[in-house]
Write a protein that binds this ligand. Structure first.
Ligand code: S3P
Length: 434
């Protein structure tokens, strides 16, 4: 599937984007390990979260889908998972694979985790290393790539792990393995990352310490089922925050968006660039803060992106690069090496597309420099990365001519219905099925 976009348009109206991907994955996982039934509403029916759902069914967990975006997980308790009949396929989902690796390392049975070509090229050494220190046995392909073969029947023991990179997936993996470990497992991070695992564990009644940057838990406790309302994903909302910010005349309300402090780097960065975004109706839903985001067009200017914002906006950079391309002056990003190991090398992929559209940029080892300018037209390669596809769709609002975005199938991993919603809000987008 590819997107064809006519240039121009304004972005107006009100929308609720689909549920948060990170929270949806965790709702299935922790719901499965809890005692009792967990009702999840606002669940992301995207391919990534659905792959996790299917994997847990294969691990013997009964999961119902009573209505749209609703899931009922019949928890089996920490020791209730069953050996799967074959490899568990996590599709495109790095979160699914890295978190499941942690909790499968502590099971009595063997298991194998695999995924699509993109996932099978992503580094898993970052989770294998700490799990091995905890006593796990995991075999991988060369360079720590999936498939991962996890040996069961290993008694794990708690460790203290200093995360070498700011990664919520690695942190969560170690903490989930810690549920099955003797003694205390603790982690420190080089910079704060999304804390959905910690919040949800607490919401399920599991004691988890957080003291002076050390996050810790003791193994052998119990999770108690609790209902979860998943907020709209700020990472998906980002495409429309940028869209409305760059398209003159835009005025948009995005409702019920998760504004967890570990996720709002995009709001901070856009505001530093001059964006007009206000948060309304702030409230707390199931342990996560949410708000309605009102965004109106505003002329943006280039900035040096503060490095401490990088982990708080890690998935939002492709869209932020489009904002930078439409801003006046130069935007500089550094300290963002992690972008190179996402669903694609997002620095290289975005640089290529921006160059195609006539935007000057310079690739840095750990970031990029973008000179704001005039977007032309052209054909964009996405490297099968959902966020690259949606970012260039949004770019068309300020382009001089037509943009074709190739290989957009993966948009369904995180944002099913993106093109229809985008069309309803004012983008001139059509999805062409090949
Ligand atoms: C996620 C953590 C981040 C993020 C990913 C989701 C999570 O990855 O990029 O989309 O749900 O924990 P890293 O942990 O690799 O930074």
């Amino acid at each position: 599937m590819e997107f064809k976009l006519l240039p121009g348009g304004t972005v107006c109206g009100e929308a609720r984007v689909p549920g948060d991907k990170s929270i949806s994955h965790r709702a299935i996982m922790l719901g499965a390990l809890a005692e009792g039934a967990t009702r999840v509403s606002g669940f992301l029916e995207g391919e990534d979260a659905l792959a996790t759902l299917t994997a847990f069914r294969e691990l013997g967990v009964e999961i119902e889908r009573p209505g749209e975006s609703e899931v009922l997980v019949h928890g089996v308790g920490l020791r209730g998972l069953k050996a799967p009949r074959g490899p568990l396929d996590l599709g495109n989902a790095g979160t699914g694979m890295r978190l499941m690796c942690g909790l499968l390392a502590g099971q009595a049975f063997d298991s194998e985790l695999t995924g699509d070509a993109s996932l099978c090229s992503r580094p898993m050494g970052r989770v294998i290393d700490p799990l091995q220190l905890m006593g796990a046995k995991i075999a991988s392909e060369e360079g720590g790539r999936p498939p991962l073969r996890i040996s069961g029947g290993r008694q794990l023991h708690g460790i203290h792990y200093d995360l070498p990179m700011a990664s919520a997936q690695v942190k969560s993996c170690v903490l989930l393995a810690g549920l099955y470990s003797q003694g205390v497992t603790s982690v420190t991070e080089p910079a704060p990352t999304r804390d959905h695992t910690e919040r949800m564990l607490r919401g399920f009644g599991y004691e988890i310490g957080s003291d002076n940057g050390v996050i810790s838990l003791a193994g052998g406790g119990k999770l108690h089922a609790a209902d979860i309302e998943v907020p709209a994903d700020i990472s998906s909302a980002t495409f429309f925050l940028v869209a409305a910010s760059i398209a003159p005349g835009s005025d948009l309300l995005l409702t019920h968006v998760g504004i967890n402090p570990t996720r709002i780097g995009v709001l901070n960065i856009l505001k530093l660039m001059g964006a007009d975004i206000t948060l309304k109706n702030r409230r707390e839903v199931g342990g996560e803060p949410v708000a309605d985001l009102h965004v109106r067009y505003a002329p943006l200017h280039g900035i040096e992106i503060p490095e401490e914002q990088v982990p708080l906006a890690i998935d939002e950079f492709p869209a932020l690069f489009i904002a930078a391309a439409c801003a006046q002056g130069r935007t500089v990003l550094r300290g963002a090496k992690e972008l190179r190991v996402k669903e694609s090398d997002r620095i290289a992929a975005m640089a290529e597309g921006l160059t195609t559209l006539g935007i000057d940029n310079e690739i840095l080892e750990d970031g990029i420099v973008i000179e704001g300018g005039t977007l032309g037209s052209g054909v964009i390669r996405t490297f099968h990365d959902h966020r690259i596809a949606m970012s260039f769709a949004v770019a068309a609002l300020r382009a001089q001519g037509e943009i074709r975005v190739l290989d957009c199938d993966h948009v369904a991993t995180s944002f099913p219905g993106f093109d229809a919603l985008a069309r309803g809000l004012g983008l001139q987008i059509s999805a062409l099925v090949d």
